[in-house]
Each structure stands twice: as C-alpha cells, then as structure tokens.
Design a protein around this ligand. Structure first.
Ligand code: ADP
Length: 604
C-alpha cells in the first residue's frame, strides 16, 4: 500500500513536471512561425507521452491547403510521411476526427494504434492534434490532460503567431508602401531638381536675351533718333496703336501718352488731313502696303514733313496689323524746295535768255538778207517801171534777190543745225521701270500739290527699243500737265492714275489719267501745237515735243476726255524690233531731238 502510494506520488510529480514543461512552451514560441511552434509541440508531446507518433493538421486561415506535420518513431517516420498519416486518419475516423475524440483505434499500414486527439482552438478552427500509442490503455487521464493543455497552449501560440504574422504582413506591406512612396518621392525630387536646373538655365537664357533685346532696342532708339525715323504698329480691328519713342518725339507728344487716330489728327496740317483720311479709308478697305507724305502743324506753328512707309499683314476687313516707319523729312524737303526754287528760277532765266539770244541771232542773221531782198525788189520794180523798162538791170536785181533769199534760208538751216542737240541713245528699255524712276523723281512735288498717285504698273511688259531719257521726258511732262490740270480742284481728291499695260501683241501703252480741268473737244488738236498754252508760265511746247519723241519711236501720243472730270493722255509704242530699229521720219527725229531737256521741264 505504501509502495503504491509512493509510486502514485512519483507519477503525479512526473506528471506535474511534464505539465510545467508544457506550460513553459509558449516562452519558446514567442515571435515564432506556426511551423516552428508545431515542431516544438510535436517534440514535446512525443517525448512526454512516449508516443508512437503525434500528428498535427493546421487549417490555413486564408483557406489554403492544410499544413500537416508529424513526429514518430524512426521506423514510422521513414515509412509514412505526414500526408499519409493524414489520409489514414481521415479514412479511419472520417468526420469524427473533427469532433471531440478522447480515444479511438486506428490502423496505419499494418499496425494498429490507440489514438487521442485534441482540437486546436475552441472549435478546432486552428487545427487538430492527434497522438498515437501502441499501449492498449492509452490515453490515461493524465495523458489526456497533458494533451489537452498542450493543445490549448499551442492554440494560443498559433493564434498569436497568426496575429503576429498578420501584423508582420501589415508591417511588410507598410514598409513596402513606404519604400515605394519613398522611391516615388525620390524620383519626383530628382525630376524637380532637374526642372529647377532647367528653369534656372532658361531664366538665365531669358535674362541674357532680355539684355540683348534691351541693348538692340537702345541701338534702335539711337539709330531712329539719328535718322529721325520712328516706328509704329497699328492693329486695325481695335485701333490699338504702338509708337516708338522717336515717334513721340517727332509728334511732340508726352512719352507714354495713349495714341489714337483722333490724337494723331490734331497734329496733322489742316490742308493735309484729307491725306490721312484717305489712308485710313484705304487701310480699312484692306489695302496692302502704304507710302505717303504729309505735313504736321506743330503747336509752335512750325511745319514738319513726314514720310510714311507701312506694310500690312493679316486678313482684309480690318483684321490686319500695319507696321512701318515714319521719317521726319523736313530738312530734306526744305533743301528740295530751295533747290526746286533755284532750279525754276534758273530755268526761267535760261529760257528767257535762250529765247532772247535766239531772237537776236535770228534777227541779226536774217535781217541783212531781208534788207537786201527788199532793196533789190524795190530797185527791180523801179527798173521795170522806167520807160523803156531796164530789163537787164531788173534781171540782175532779181538774181540778187534770189541770192539773198537763199542766204536767209541758209541762215535758218544753220540755226536749226545749231539747235539740233545731241544724238539719241537707243537701248532696251523697260517702260514700267522707267515710269517708276519718273515717279520717284516727281513724288515729293506731287505730294506737295496734294496729288494722290495711284500707280497700276505691269511688271511683265516686254522691253522696248527706245531712248530712255526721252521717254522719261515724255512721262514727266504728262505727269506734270496732269498735276497742273488739278491745281484748282478742291471739291474732290486730286487722283492721278498712271498705268502701264500691253497694247495688242506688239505695243506697250502708258496712260496718265487725271481729274483736272480737262479740255473741250474742239481743242484736242490744238493741245499738241507748238506754243499753244493756257498757263501763265507755260511755253506750250511740252506736248508738241512729246508727240515728236513718241512719233520718232514709231508710236502715237493722244488725248481723250474722261467720262467724269479730267483728261487721259496716252502713248503707245512698239516693242521689240518694230521700235526704234524701224524707219522713222528723219525730219521729225531731228526736230524732236533738237530741243534740250530743260526746255521740256515745267515749273509745278
Ligand atoms: P504747257 O504745259 O507749257 O502749257 P504743253 O504743250 O505741255 O505746254 O501743254 C499745252 C496745253 O495743253 C496746256 O497749256 C494745257 O492747256 C493743255 N493740257 C496739257 N495737259 C493737259 C491736261 N492733262 N488736262 C487739260 N489740259 C491739258
């Protein structure tokens, strides 16, 4: 009895030790993985309960496949892996495995074992542990208790491990996200850094360009000041006008003052306001480039002459922008006026002098033979009247009369030779180009006379064989006559159209159309007669000489009355070989060529 009691105490003590050992297991598991926990559990139970095998099946919380592990005798482990144990247990016990099975018997291979199981988790949600032993009394009560305590401990450890693993997963994901975000931030940071560098470079470049621009603007301003040239731009659609500093100076406006067309008009000379109005109208109608001149009447009463040149870009109907330059040409105009004045005085003096000299020499040269003719004729008459008539004497005096008559004729021939002047120079001439040259020569005079010139020039005309200077004389003469004819016109713009165009296949034509006084139909032939003039200062030889020049070029010069006011003077000359190469009337040629250029030039 005492011996039995001692044995019982030893057994209980052993059991208590085992229990303590099992209770200590969680300390080993802290922070461990489920597999590691299960492995320790298997080792502990296998050792403590002296089992043939112990098997654990864990349910995967993420509904994955089971995790099965076993520990057994060397022989069993080598013959039956954990999976086989699982299959054998399922086959023997079926659903009962999941239920509370304190004990049962199962066959593994050829052997039979007593088994005891315990659920991991209150309802076996974590898994199950099955212990097998060859001993028939297995499991005893203490063994069941130890198995259950171990299972409970393992369930808690596994639960913690799962929570920990979930936490670790969260931490890993967090780390991953942090790392990803950090990488993104680093990338963005790098891009930002690059952008900053690029922006700095761009700013640097911009500053450099601004400095360059400032410098070139300064140069431009200086150049504009030196050349008295201002520049402007005009957005027609909203009349937005931008002026350069120099233009403010020219108009004597406060720098920065808002420029409007009305404000500009306050400075324009009242007599030239129509020019500005005309230009504005043309721009609004969508005209292309502009060139015109007008005067300013400054607040101190002084007058300035301005020359405008503008280029229009953009669509018609006001959508365009005009940019251009304005030059103060006052000094040049004053010089030109002085020159023109001097020239006209000189021309007048020369004309008067040449006429005087011509008259004197004609009078001198011709009066002697004339006096001889008169004397001889009266002697002859006397001789024939005597009784008887002195026929021989009369014959002699008639001979002398004839001699004096021939002498007078010779004098006239000599005088004509004297005034014949230089030979013609024939070359290939572009009529349009020549017309442009004459326009350039007369431009400022026409502007001064408030003539609005409208050139319609054909740049594709075939060349003519002609004397360029003489053609210029004709064109100049027609332009000045047209300008003269409009000098008293006040009720309409003084428009002058000059046009070059082909005239049939073999001729080119130039016409000058004015809106001046015109002429009555019966005067049409008189206009071309030498010394016919209706002007106070006129000589009346311009048109006759012009006609001679054109006829010498085998061409034709004529005048027509316009449908409206004014007249059109036109000439047509052959182009190509039919021109000067052809035969002209030599007499006509000499007459036309014999008159010096300054005889044709008129005063405007
Ligand atoms: P001038 O100009 O010296 O008078 P012209 O021979 O050139 O000499 O002109 C003769 C005349 O013809 C002029 O005085 C003028 O009466 C008339 N005439 C010329 N051109 C025109 C014109 N465009 N319109 C009207 N009459 C003109």
């Amino acid at each position: 009895m005492l011996e039995t009691h001692t044995e019982e105490v030893a057994r209980l003590r052993g059991c208590l030790n085992d229990l303590v050992g099992i209770m200590a297991l969680p300390a080993l598991w802290a922070g461990g993985e489920p597999q590691q926990i299960v492995a320790t559990l298997l080792d502990a139970l296998f050792g403590i309960l002296q089992l043939a095998f112990v098997f654990v099946r864990l349910n995967d919380p993420d509904a994955g496949p089971w995790i099965e592990m076993m520990r057994g005798t060397e022989l069993l482990e080598s013959m039956h892996p954990a999976r086989e144990f699982g299959v054998a247990l399922d086959a023997s016990l079926g659903d009962a495995l999941l239920k509370w099975l304190p004990s049962a018997r199962v066959s593994i291979g050829t052997e039979e074992f007593c088994v005891a199981s315990a659920r991991l988790g209150a309802h076996g949600e974590i898994g199950i542990v099955v212990a097998g032993c060859e001993r028939p009394g297995f499991p005893e009560q203490t063994e069941k208790l130890l198995l259950q305590v171990a299972a409970n401990q393992a369930a808690m450890g596994l639960q913690q491990a799962r929570v920990l693993s979930a936490q670790k997963q969260v931490a890993r994901e967090l780390d991953q996200r942090v790392a990803q975000r950090t990488a993104e931030l680093a990338k963005a940071n790098e891009e930002l850094r690059k952008e900053i560098i690029e922006r700095r470079l761009t700013e640097e470049k911009l500053r450099h360009e601004e400095r360059e621009l400032e410098r070139s603007e300064a140069f431009l301003a200086e150049a504009q000041q030196l050349a008295r040239i201002g520049s402007f731009s005009w957005r027609v659609v909203n009349d937005e006008i931008t002026w350069s500093e120099q233009l403010y100076r020219i108009f004597a406006f406060e720098p920065g003052l808002r420029i409007t067309l009305e404000r500009v008009a306050t400075r324009i000379h009242p007599d030239d306001l129509h020019i500005m109005r005309e230009m504005v109208d043309r721009v609004r109608r969508g005209a292309g480039d502009l060139e015109f001149e007008h005067r300013l009447l400054m607040p101190d009463g002084s007058v300035k002459y301005l020359h405008w040149l503008a280029h229009g870009t953009g669509e018609k109907n006001g959508g365009s922008v005009y940019t251009g330059a304005v030059q103060d040409v006052t000094q040049r105009r004053h010089a030109e006026e002085a020159l023109a004045q001097a020239r006209s005085e000189l021309a007048h003096v020369t004309r008067v002098t040449s006429l005087g000299v011509l008259t004197a020499s004609i009078a001198h040269e011709v009066s002697q033979p004339l006096a001889g003719i008169v004397t001889n004729a009266s002697t002859c008459a006397r001789m024939l009247a005597s009784d008887p008539p002195n026929v021989e004497g009369a014959r002699e005096t008639v001979r002398r009369t004839i001699r004096d008559g021939n002498r007078a004729s010779e004098v006239i021939t000599r005088l004509r030779d004297l005034f014949r002047g230089k030979d013609l120079i024939v070359e290939s001439v572009d009529l349009t180009e020549t017309t442009r040259e004459v326009i350039a020569l007369t431009w400022s005079e026409l502007q001064r006379n408030r003539v609005i010139l409208r050139p319609e020039l054909d740049g594709t005309l075939p060349p003519v064989l002609a004397d360029r200077v003489q053609l210029q004389q004709v064109i100049l003469n027609l332009l000045r006559n047209a300008s003269d004819a409009m000098v008293d016109v006040e009720d309409r713009p003084r428009e002058l159209l000059i046009r070059t165009e082909p005239d049939g296949d073999h001729h080119v034509r130039l016409s000058v159309k004015d809106v001046g006084v015109g002429f009555v139909p019966q005067d049409v032939d008189k206009l071309f007669e030498a010394f016919h003039t209706t002007k106070k200062e006129g000589m009346g030889i311009g048109l006759s000489v012009s006609r001679s020049i054109i006829e010498r070029h085998n061409g034709r010069l004529w005048a027509t009355r316009n449908d409206g006011p004014g007249a059109t003077f036109s000439f047509s000359i052959p182009c190509g070989p039919a021109g000067m190469g052809g035969a002209g009337d030599p007499g006509m040629i000499r007459t036309a060529a014999g008159i010096d250029a300054h005889h044709v030039v008129k005063n405007l």
